[in-house]
Write a protein that binds this ligand. Structure first.
Ligand code: GTP
Length: 378
């Protein structure tokens, strides 16, 4: 069986991080996000994978080549203009070999049991099976009510509470019979949600919903991107990342502090787990790192710094006495001394922030920006 992973989108809600890196290539606990999806497919013996790329397309092949090191075969198909989620699949139709295939949105963190999904699809003799996941507030999503046999009744966009009959939403993973692609116009921007799925219902095709209770998170906003890190560190979704768990001071209990190769941590630094520190990172004396922090490879955390619940991408340098909380810092970013970054701030790659700035309240700053000493205060 072949899989298509959709990775061509611009990831606008995750700007400025996605100004320089497509969303599926952003690191999650220091590994490109899409690698988790590739590994999940491989675990279920799906090794022939097509990546439908568009936005900053070259970066995928430079990172994964033919996929051999992950035990899979990767084929890249580039869209010159974005074709939408379903148009992107139509675009790779000739590579699918006329067989049942699976489609993954490239921004979903899940440990979905693909084997069960495929069994369900076959048992129902479905034309399309849509994986569904329950949500707490169904009024902000598109809902997918089912009949008793699991057949999709309708697609209900952002209903009011009195219209809500289910809490199941489209989880962005589909099993598809190749014949249904005849409903999709070639070379046009076309989506699954607004295009193909309603067309299939109109034509009384067998569209089924697979109710999955697996972990599921769309990492597409800064809040969700931070939450994905937190959930991985807490073990809510079990994913392997490359780092060694160090022993706690009493040499007994596991500390849940994972450290990459060649990282140097001052004995006078204080670190609370769960936390991940990347390869070659340096943590200087009297730095305090509170839980739910991910520090990228080659980062340098100076003396007197406080980090909490944040994600630092590779190569960040944090100046003495700075505080970073609940925020995301892009690659190669340099913070001066006594800088405060708090309350869901997102800073783009290679920024330079001068001493004594205070960045707060959801500020987003684009890559390569330089902020002079003491310019911003709240
Ligand atoms: P936002 O701009 O923040 O909505 O993000 P997005 O458009 O990149 O992602 P969205 O959640 O809308 O799409 C789900 C998945 O489909 C993501 O992995 C995208 O990369 C991918 N995707 C979206 N549009 C296209 C497209 O036109 N072509 C291809 N190949 N992939 C797409």
């Amino acid at each position: 069986m072949k899989a298509v992973i959709l990775v061509g989108g611009e990831g606008t809600r995750l700007r400025p991080l996605t100004c320089t890196t497509p969303k599926p290539m952003l690191p999650l606990v220091n590994i490109p996000f899409i690698e988790y999806i590739i590994r999940l497919l491989k675990e279920h013996d799906i090794c022939d994978i097509i990546l439908s790329v568009g936005y900053i397309s070259d970066i995928f092949e430079s990172c994964f080549n033919d996929g051999g090191h992950l035990g899979v075969k990767l084929t890249y198909v580039v869209e010159d203009k974005l074709l939408g989620t379903c148009g992107a699949v139509k675009n790779v139709e000739s590579l699918l070999g006329g067989e049942t295939f699976i489609v993954f949105n490239g921004d979903i963190l899940t440990n979905l049991n693909i084997g069960q999904l495929l069994e369900y699809h076959r048992a129902k003799k479905a034309a399309v099976t849509i994986t569904l996941t329950p949500v707490e507030d169904p009024t902000i999503y598109g809902l997918v009510p089912l009949d008793n046999s699991g057949r999709v009744l309708e697609f209900l966009e952002k209903p009011s509470w009195d219209e809500v009959t289910t809490d199941l939403i489209n989880a962005g993973t589909y099993v598809i019979e190749p014949e249904v692609l005849r409903y999709v116009p070639g070379g046009e921007n076309y989506s699954f949600e607004r295009g193909l799925f309603p067309a299939l219902l109109e034509n009384r095709e067998r569209v089924f919903g697979f109710h999955s209770s697996a972990y599921w998170l769309d990492i597409g906003t800064p809040e969700k991107y931070l939450l994905a890190h937190k959930d991985i560190l807490e073990g809510k979704v079990s994913l392997e990342f490359i780092a060694q768990e160090i022993m706690s001071a009493d040499k007994q209990a596991k500390s849940r502090v994972w450290v990459g190769k060649r990282a140097k941590i001052s004995p006078e630094g204080t670190i609370f787990g769960p936390t991940v520190i990347g390869e070659n990172a340096v943590i200087e004396s009297h730095a305090t790192i509170f839980s739910h922090t991910t520090i990228g490879n080659n980062c340098r955390i100076s003396s007197g710094t406080v980090l909490e619940g944040c994600v630092l991408l590779d190569g960040c340098r944090i100046g003495e006495g700075s505080v970073v909380k609940n925020s995301i810092l892009g690659r190669g970013l340099k913070l001066g001394k006594k800088v405060h970054v708090e309350e869901m701030v997102v800073l783009g790659d290679n920024m330079k922030v001068g001493d004594e700035n205070h960045l707060k309240r959801g500020m987003k700053v684009w890559p390569d920006t330089e902020i002079e000493k003491g310019k911003i205060r709240f």
